[in-house]
Design a protein around this ligand. Structure first.
Ligand code: ACO
Length: 325
């Protein structure tokens, strides 16, 4: 057994179709829905998002991100002995997107399963993979966040459809004697189910309920800013570190005002915060690994640095992972 799990490779993928706020506003206007670049930028910080083609699923986006992460780690798909996919937009009701991805990768035999914690999904998945590696159940895990959120948006609801995008991010997590993941802190409170949900399900061959995203934006905003710095402080405290030790904050990319508020509470300058929200929108479980990979490939975030990853999402779920890259 190894004392640590460590990220040894990252990857990401955005589908090619990019819509600026102006592009989206024009499309929405055709359906009688009014919005503007100015409103979206001022309230959220989002300037553009990517939408997958109709025949492209979460596993397709995850596949490209996973291959990049494997290449960065110098591994082949067959070297992987655990696959976890965080998604709220799975390819099918079952089997899991992780099994579908495993088949596309040609990595047969290893355990593969999905984690459903909406926008906190990658934080949950990374924590589960870390635990399985540290207890000796796995040595080389692929942890993927992949979403086609455009499929569950109501394009008549301007308060939600301007916020989200599609994409995927992935990491390879390997057993290591060198410090990698140092601490995690996970939470959920199911009494807030109704403030962010897709209230539909399949029954007798029909879709029941209303399977598009519903959100009480103000309630989500309030909860997010209340819990995110607490989770970060809790993870730091587990290993005797403080916020000023963090080199980079890599938050879930939901809203620039939530990110700024969390950074302020942690007394961190925005220069130390990775922001990709402006170009990606909110890609739910994909947003943190997408931001991480973007920052790694840009040469911003480097090996040896201390990273705080944190997320919040439907459930209500939230959590943080402190790691040394
Ligand atoms: N374009 C133009 N006007 C709009 C739009 C839009 N897209 N959406 C709403 N408006 C209007 C409203 O109709 C309202 O008009 P009114 O004053 O005439 O009634 C006005 O703008 C203000 O609306 P509010 O809902 O009060 O706007 P608010 O400042 O609360 O911002 C927002 C809304 C951006 C959704 C904010 O509440 C928020 O960011 N909440 C957090 C949401 C979030 O981040 N969710 C995802 C996190 S969890 C996860 O990732 C799954």
């Amino acid at each position: 057994m190894s004392p640590y799990s460590r990220i040894t490779g990252t990857g990401s993928y955005l589908p090619p179709r990019r819509l600026s706020n102006a592009d989206l506003a024009a499309e929405l206007a055709a359906g009688g829905v009014e919005t503007s670049d100015q409103w979206i930028v001022e309230r959220t910080g989002i300037r553009a998002r990517h939408f997958a083609a109709p025949d492209v699923c979460s596993s397709d986006l995850g596949l490209v991100a996973a291959r990049q992460a494997l290449q960065a780690a110098g591994l082949q798909a067959q070297d992987i002995d655990l696959i976890i996919v965080a998604t709220s937009t799975p390819d099918m009701v079952f089997p899991s997107t992780a099994c579908i991805l495993q088949n596309k990768l040609g990595a047969h035999g290893c355990p593969a399963f999905d984690v459903q914690a909406v926008c906190s999904g990658f934080i949950y998945a990374l924590t589960v993979a870390d635990a399985l590696i540290r207890t000796g159940s796995a040595r080389r895990a692929l942890v993927v966040g992949a979403e086609v959120f455009s499929r569950i948006l109501d394009f008549k609801d301007r308060t939600t459809c301007v916020l989200f995008g599609d994409g995927a991010g992935a990491v390879v997590l390997e057993a290591s004697d060198r410090p990698g993941i140092l601490a995690s802190d996970l939470h959920a409170d199911g009494k807030h189910v109704g403030i962010l949900c897709v209230p539909g399900h399949v029954s007798g061959g029909n879709v029941l309920g209303d399977p598009v995203l519903k959100m009480d934006g103000k309630a989500v905003f309030k909860l997010a800013v209340a819990v995110l710095d607490e989770a970060a402080h809790a993870a730091l405290a587990k290993v005797g570190k403080v916020a000023s030790d963090i080199d980079w904050l890599i938050p879930h990319q939901a809203n620039i005002r939530i990110i700024q508020s969390t950074a302020k509470k942690l007394k961190m300058s925005m220069d130390k915060v990775i922001v990709t929200l402006d170009q990606h929108g909110n890609t739910s479980a994909a947003s943190i690994p997408l931001a991480l990979d973007t920052a790694v490939r840009a040469g911003k975030v480097k090996a040896g640095e201390l990273l705080m990853l944190e997320g919040v999402g439907g459930g209500f779920t939230w959590g943080a992972v402190l790691l040394q890259l």
